[in-house]
Design a protein around this ligand. Structure first.
Ligand code: NAG
Ligand code: NAG
Ligand code: NAG
Ligand code: NAG
Length: 434
């Protein structure tokens, strides 16, 4: 008995020793060693995961087939299960061959090539779906309804799209009211001895909205700190300099821009509900956006006065007068920041939209919703699908208007390209239906 106990004891001590050794060794691991171990364990897991994913799809499945015709996004192939247990096989490979009876093609517009479409278009049998989250900067054909009308369903920033995501850049409602970055007005006033009241930060200088022309003019009346490549007059601190475009949402950077009383937020294109992080970042840090872009932006203001609109102050001189008035009167200035000072959001539409469609801040969730909408339509097709065609309201970008003149400037290259795109749209339409 005693002997057995001793052996057990000995073994226990040995085990303890080994555990202690392993523990000590782990606590001394270098980052490289940790990464190596992770890789060794994760690579087989991913291989297993991917092969399994593909295996889930079989040629003989009786599910309807949906194909992402464009490459790159969302680039997964799987059987999806949607509400009411509807199933579809979604492929991200457009070379499926004839084994598959494709019932819908989806297009990620940024990667669309209008010379390479799944033709002939069997319009009555095959649904086309359009996904686009960007301004028409890179896909000008979409400026025109002729192109839009090739598609049956859409997922875009427009509230009238089939899977709308107008709040794609608002991470949460609490970002609006949170005081994490907010600097009270009296403190901001003290900072004005070191910085200008207005911030501009842009690297894309030639835009349809002529934002640089506007800011250049506004600079004649009021001091603006410009750190980006456009109209640069100030250097970022060293810590932000390298690769600052990837640091725009870092905590430290947000604190940095929160010191400014105003932030210029001019979109690169004018489309209904195309509202980017430029607007929401200013709201988040508690700086007042001076905004130009979506004509209906007021519908998404947290409160009535959450931003100053260029369209309400027709010239840069007018705008500078208004800014100067606010700089002299803290009470007037604070009226623009009730989302911070009172932590209030009075806009019911904004709250409702965010709560109703929580998927919209995540591109993959949007893609998933879209696949399920199309999947449902395919299942309905067999019984009662009504004809549905995308129109201008799903992606509404009128002829480019200049922020400076608030009218179309015929000598702006983008206006020329708009007309060019109109001809292209006609061509594409003809080609698809010839
Ligand atoms: C698919 O079904 C056909 C007959 O229905 C069969 O001959 C073929 O082997 C099946 N293919 C696969 C990959 O299961
Ligand atoms: C803009 O400025 C001009 C010239 O100073 C002035 O006549 C006009 O009333 C101003 N308009 C607005 C809307 O402030
Ligand atoms: C899809 O769109 C095409 C082209 O506009 C149209 O001819 C067809 O009827 C539509 N199909 C459905 C199911 O709505
Ligand atoms: C455009 O599409 C929307 C939503 O799909 C629809 O409600 C509207 O009636 C359409 N407009 C026209 C002019 O067909």
């Amino acid at each position: 008995m005693v002997k057995l106990k001793r052996i057990l004891n000995y073994n226990m001590r040995l085990v303890n020793k080994v555990i202690l050794y392993i523990y000590r060794r782990i606590s001394r691991l270098t980052l490289n060693e940790v990464l190596f171990i992770c890789a060794v364990f994760l690579i087989p897991f991913f291989i297993w995961f991917w092969s399994n994913r593909e295996a889930k799809l079989s040629v003989n499945s009786s599910n309807p087939v949906i194909v992402w015709w464009t490459h790159g996004f969302p680039s997964t192939s799987e059987t999806i299960t949607c509400e009411d247990n509807l199933k579809c096989d979604v492929y991200s490979d457009n070379n499926l061959g004839n084994a598959y009876n494709v019932e819908a093609y989806l297009f990620y517009a940024s990667n669309i090539n209008f010379d390479d479409l799944p033709l002939p278009r069997k319009a009555r049998d095959v649904i086309w779906g359009l996904y686009h989250e960007e301004s028409p900067r890179n896909v000008r054909e979409l400026l025109h309804e002729k192109t839009l009308s090739l598609f049956n369903f859409s997922a875009t920033f427009s509230r009238y799209s089939d899977i709308p995501f107008p709040l794609q850049y608002l991470d949460s409602l609490s970002d609006i009211t949170s005081k994490e970055y907010y600097i009270p007005t009296t403190e901001k006033n003290g900072l004005l001895k070191d910085i200008s009241p207005v911030l501009y930060l842009q690297t894309d200088c030639e835009t349809a909205t002529e934002r640089d022309a506007y800011v250049r003019e506004l600079m004649k009346y009021i001091n603006i700190d410009s750190y980006g490549d456009c109209l640069k007059n100030k250097e970022l601190p060293q810590k932000f300099k390298d690769d600052y475009l990837n640091k725009l949402n870092d905590n430290e950077f947000l604190h940095y821009i929160a010191r400014y009383k105003f932030v210029l937020a001019l979109e690169n294109g004018v489309c209904e509900d195309y509202v980017t992080e430029k607007f929401w970042r200013a709201i988040k840090v508690g700086s007042v956006p001076i905004y130009f872009g979506s004509p209906s932006i007021k519908d998404w203001f947290p409160n009535d006065k959450s931003a100053i609109l260029i369209q309400d102050h027709p010239t840069p001189a007018n705008m500078s007068e208004h800014i100067k008035k606010l700089l002299k009167n803290d009470h007037l200035y604070d009226e623009h920041l009730t989302h911070k000072t009172k932590e209030s959001i009075t806009n019911k539409r904004l709250i409702e939209e965010f709560r109703m469609r929580p998927y919209q801040t995540d591109a993959l969730n949007v893609a998933n919703k879209f696949e399920c909408l199309v999947c449902r339509k395919i299942h309905e097709k067999k019984t009662r699908l009504q004809e549905h065609i995308v129109n201008k309201s799903h992606y509404d970008c009128p002829k480019p208007v200049s922020a400076l003149t608030l009218t179309v400037n015929p000598s702006n290259d983008w206006v020329y390209l708009w007309h060019q795109a109109e001809k292209d749209a006609e061509e594409i339409f003809k080609r698809v239906y010839s």
